[in-house]
Design a protein around this ligand. Structure first.
Ligand SMILES: Nc1ncnc2c1ncn2[C@@H]1O[C@H](COP(=O)(O)OP(=O)(O)OP(=O)(O)O)[C@@H](O)[C@H]1O
Ligand SMILES: [Mg+2]
Length: 366
């Protein structure tokens, strides 16, 4: 799948702009605060119907305007498809060709994108919520039923917590919600286990290629149960054990809402062991693993969006990163300095300059 064209209308600091992309690498150069991240955000918005840096959709509408639109034309299996995201103060509307969709799930993932943003570095030191969100986003993008289970789980969890807060003694009712909670999390645990198993199968190789090292990476899945085969039975035991404490604490302490991932480099936890550069390379390895994962599941390559990825990589690692991205992957990369990248660009790449919300192709730099 390839993006042909992106049109922005009143999106962040863009008024009107239209960009025709190359099929391989597209570089967007600009000084700070010119609109580089905003441009990538518009593509991510069409991919996931959300921004990767805010939960407030309205923030993406230009400050001085009432509504905004992003129109992306993609080529998928030789056919052209127009995807439109319209943003209003009261909400958003998503259109495929010119037909509004009823549910966002019909729209999510048609344009499949893997995004690297500098904020991703928080993945290792930030709250477990960030690592769960990464899993949910990536698994959910290609497995629609996963999001369904997750929604059902969240609703039931809320119900169980409300019940625990109510001080009711109706143990039969508590038992019923607990059983429901167990049933919803069984498929979620299975999906998460498979996803992490896939990561562990390839992440060391990808990391070693980028980092030019022989260090081993391991991702540990911290879930309410250990590797037990009979998930239902194992969960039942955990809930039995925690019932008294749940009642005292008035909330559910066991379940996939507490899941976490732990990353290791040669057996040491990444968070307080790895250097800045190693963390950055591991996040990048993870992004390449996600490309592998999407390709394995959908037989299609996603678009790769790399925001300001080069600044902390030395020349050797920059080269290895470019060597690693499969040739078929359309990439949009932002940088403040073309020198960071010029010598790695394959034939057919395009370079654009971003200046105060305006984008102009620069053919001389190629
Ligand atoms: N809703 C909005 N309306 C108008 N302008 C906005 C809006 N949101 C952000 N901006 C402006 O967009 C600019 C920031 O753009 P962006 O984050 O894309 O910068 P950047 O080129 O990625 O910079 P850096 O290199 O510092 O990361 C800022 O000047 C900001 O004020
Ligand atoms: Mg930026």
């Amino acid at each position: 799948m390839i993006i042909k064209n992106i049109k922005l209308h009143n999106f962040r600091n863009y008024t009107d702009c239209s960009v025709q992309l190359a099929e391989n690498i597209n570089v967007f150069i600009g000084d700070n605060a010119q609109g580089k991240t905003n441009f990538l955000e518009s593509v991510a918005f069409i991919s996931t119907t959300r921004s990767f840096r805010t939960n407030d959709d309205k923030a993406m509408i230009n400050n001085l305007k009432e509504k905004s639109a992003v129109i992306v034309t993609i080529i998928d299996n030789d056919s052209k498809l127009k995807l439109t995201g319209q943003l209003f103060k009261e909400g958003k509307r998503l259109l495929i060709q010119s037909q509004a969709v009823k549910k966002s799930s019909e729209f999510i993932g048609i344009l499949n994108a893997v995004v690297f943003s500098p904020d991703d570095l928080e993945l290792f030191n930030g709250a477990p919520r960030l690592r769960r969100r990464m899993c949910d986003l990536e698994i959910g993008k290609i497995n629609k039923e996963y999001m369904g289970y997750l929604n059902d789980y969240q609703k039931t969890l809320k119900e169980r917590n409300n019940f625990l807060k109510s001080s009711s003694n109706d143990d039969i009712y508590l038992d019923v919600i607990t059983q429901q909670l167990i049933e919803y999390q069984i498929p979620i645990i299975k999906y998460r286990r498979k996803f992490i198993e896939f990561m562990n199968g390839v992440i060391t190789k990808r990391y070693q290629e980028i980092a030019v090292s022989d260090e081993e990476i391991f991702v540990e899945y911290l879930s309410p149960i250990d590797g037990e085969e009979d998930i239902r039975e194992a969960l039942k035991q955990r809930y039995l054990k925690s019932t008294v404490s749940d009642k005292n604490q008035r909330q559910t302490q066991v379940g996939i809402h507490k899941d976490d991932l732990k990353f290791y480099l040669n057996g040491n936890g990444i968070g307080d062991f790895a250097s800045q550069g190693q963390k950055r390379m591991l996040v990048l390895a993870l992004k390449v693993v996600l490309i592998d994962y999407i390709y394995k599941q959908c037989k299609k390559y996603p678009v790769l969006l790399l925001d300001d990825v080069l600044s902390e990589l030395d020349i050797t690692r920059r080269r290895s990163l470019f060597a690693l991205i499969p040739k078929e992957v359309q990439t949009i990369i932002t940088t403040t300095d073309i020198k960071d990248i010029q010598s790695f660009l394959p034939k057919g790449s395009r370079i654009f300059k971003i200046n105060d919300g305006m984008i102009i192709e620069n053919k001389e730099m190629i």
